[in-house]
Design a protein around this ligand. Structure first.
Ligand code: NAD
Length: 453
């Protein structure tokens, strides 16, 4: 039966009430975000001209790079005629004491009313390092609070993020540029209010539109939701994909893999021989023994308050979401020491969430394992990173009670839930050489909504 609809005049009142509540609570109204198409890369990089704030050599070098990408780059604060700023990049890499940031930050403040829908603000700064003088550390550390707070102030789908460079990594090193490109683009639509740490130099992809050309990628949980969209985005970016899911999802898995010309493997990742089965499958055609990237995406929810938790609720979640990941990577990394791994964590593993002690344990465990794998895989030329989605509209989250779902959507800085493609784009970015300088990190894709905080 269709739900009853309000008469037109009452609908108007309801809309006004909704807006009043949104404003009173300081919540953001949802706008349509500028997103990518998982099957095409035609979209322009930014939604309008790019303003670079800062006057030192790093600001000059970044402006030069943006010119090379054929962007309309401006160095003065005059608003572009008839166009709004698609992005503002603020160079803060030279900060040595609090106060030195003020002029540039206030200049940024002066242009915020001229941002386009889904515009980007990206800061470039240095990470606090061991041995930094207190004044240097104070100025560098401050940037994170600026970015996180600004993310909560921006409207109309605009986001604020930063790149935190380790000492020794230059603003035009491949990894810094690759990260800047991701943050400027529509691929980062639901990434907001965070700093991405770049600690290594990375490699510039030969073709920015197909950064994974020729690579072989395994994706678990590929039959639906985030996994299926990840398969599509990875294939768009040039990867040959081996998609894995449980036999019960075999038909859906086959449909997704056929769509992209990939290969389907029906496999329960908790099977004791799951790692060997994967090795055996990549050894044969069309992969012929090649494996570059492993995406640990399969996951389940069995939400219960701990007081009501049955052993099977706890054990199944930890087995699928965590133990299987560790076991599979242990087997695969022995054969492929330079593996690039991307694991699906969750903001519930960072902030905690009522009813999710089992899930929170598993996802915080994924972050712990990622940090442990990072130096091990780096020794072989690989990397390990995690993506922590917030509230994403999938069949998994459709099982959450309606009111809790609506709250999860509304309390983000973007006023809405994310889409599977938002997470898929973050996974594909971390899988690509573009992110070659990022290792052991957690990239949140949550619209600045940490569930449970
Ligand atoms: P989903 O339930 O829509 O899809 C998960 C897929 O994993 C399914 O196809 C399922 O069959 C498969 N799977 C489950 N157990 C498996 C097993 N033992 N072996 C092989 N495959 C198995 O979930 P989703 O929403 O797309 O989530 C994907 C990942 O992202 C999960 O790890 C989830 O925890 C994480 N995540 C999702 C959200 C969200 O809001 N949707 C938020 C945070 C994290």
């Amino acid at each position: 039966m269709a739900p009853p609809t309000l008469p037109a005049p009452l609908r108007g009142v309801s809309k006004q009430l909704n807006r009043a509540i949104t404003q009173a609570l300081g919540l953001t109204e949802a706008v349509t975000l500028r997103r990518t198409d998982p099957t095409s890369v035609d979209a322009p990089l930014t939604a309008g001209p790019v303003l670079v704030i800062g006057s030192g050599p790093d600001a000059d070098a970044v402006a030069h790079q943006l010119h090379d990408w054929h962007l309309d780059v401006r160095r003065n604060l005059q608003a572009p005629t008839q166009q709004r700023w698609g992005a503002v990049v603020v160079a803060l890499t030279d900060l040595e004491a609090p106060g030195e940031e003020a002029e540039r930050v206030l200049a940024l403040g002066g242009v915020l009313r001229e941002l386009a829908r889904s515009a980007r603000v990206v800061t470039l700064s240095r990470a606090v390092a061991d041995g930094d003088a207190p004044a240097v550390a104070a100025a560098r550390g401050g940037v994170s609070g600026l970015v996180r707070s600004l993310g909560k102030e921006l409207r109309q789908g605009a986001t604020a993020n930063g790149i935190e460079l380790a000492d020794g990594v230059g603003v035009t090193d491949a990894a810094a540029i690759g990260t800047l490109r991701f943050l400027l683009s529509a691929r980062s639509a639901f990434v907001d209010g965070q700093l991405l740490p770049v600690t290594g130099r990375g490699i510039t992809p030969e073709d920015w539109t197909r950064p994974l050309a020729g690579t072989v990628v395994v994706v678990t949980g590929a039959a639906r939701g985030i996994g299926a969209e990840t398969v599509r985005v990875l294939a768009r970016d040039g990867a040959h994909v081996l998609g894995v899911d449980v036999p019960a999802a075999g038909e859906a898995l086959a449909a997704v893999m056929n769509e992209v010309g990939g290969v389907a493997l029906q496999l329960d990742i908790t099977a004791p021989d799951a790692g060997e089965r994967l090795l055996e499958r990549v050894a044969r055609g069309p992969f012929n023994g090649r494996l570059d990237v492993l995406v640990h995406n399969a996951g389940i929810l069995r939400d219960k308050l701990l007081a009501n938790m049955k052993p099977e609720h706890w054990e199944s979640v930890v087995a699928v979401n965590l133990a299987a990941q560790v076991a599979i990577t242990t087997t695969l990394a022995e054969a492929y020491p330079g593996l690039v791994q991307v694991s699906l964590a969750s903001t519930s593993g960072i902030a905690g969430n009522r009813g999710q002690t089992n899930y929170g344990f598993s996802k915080a465990g994924v972050i712990g394992a990622t940090q442990a794998w990072a130096p091990v895989l780096a020794a072989g030329g690989g990397r390990a990173n995690a993506v922590a989605p917030g509230f994403i509209e999938t069949e998994m989250t459709a099982s959450i009670p309606t009111m809790q779902r609506e709250i999860s959507r509304r309390v983000s800085s973007l006023g809405q839930g994310g889409k599977p493609v938002d997470v898929a784009e973050a996974v594909a970015f971390l899988a690509s050489p573009q992110a070659g300088g990022i290792n052991g990190a957690v990239l949140r894709v949550c619209g600045q909504n940490l569930v449970g905080r």
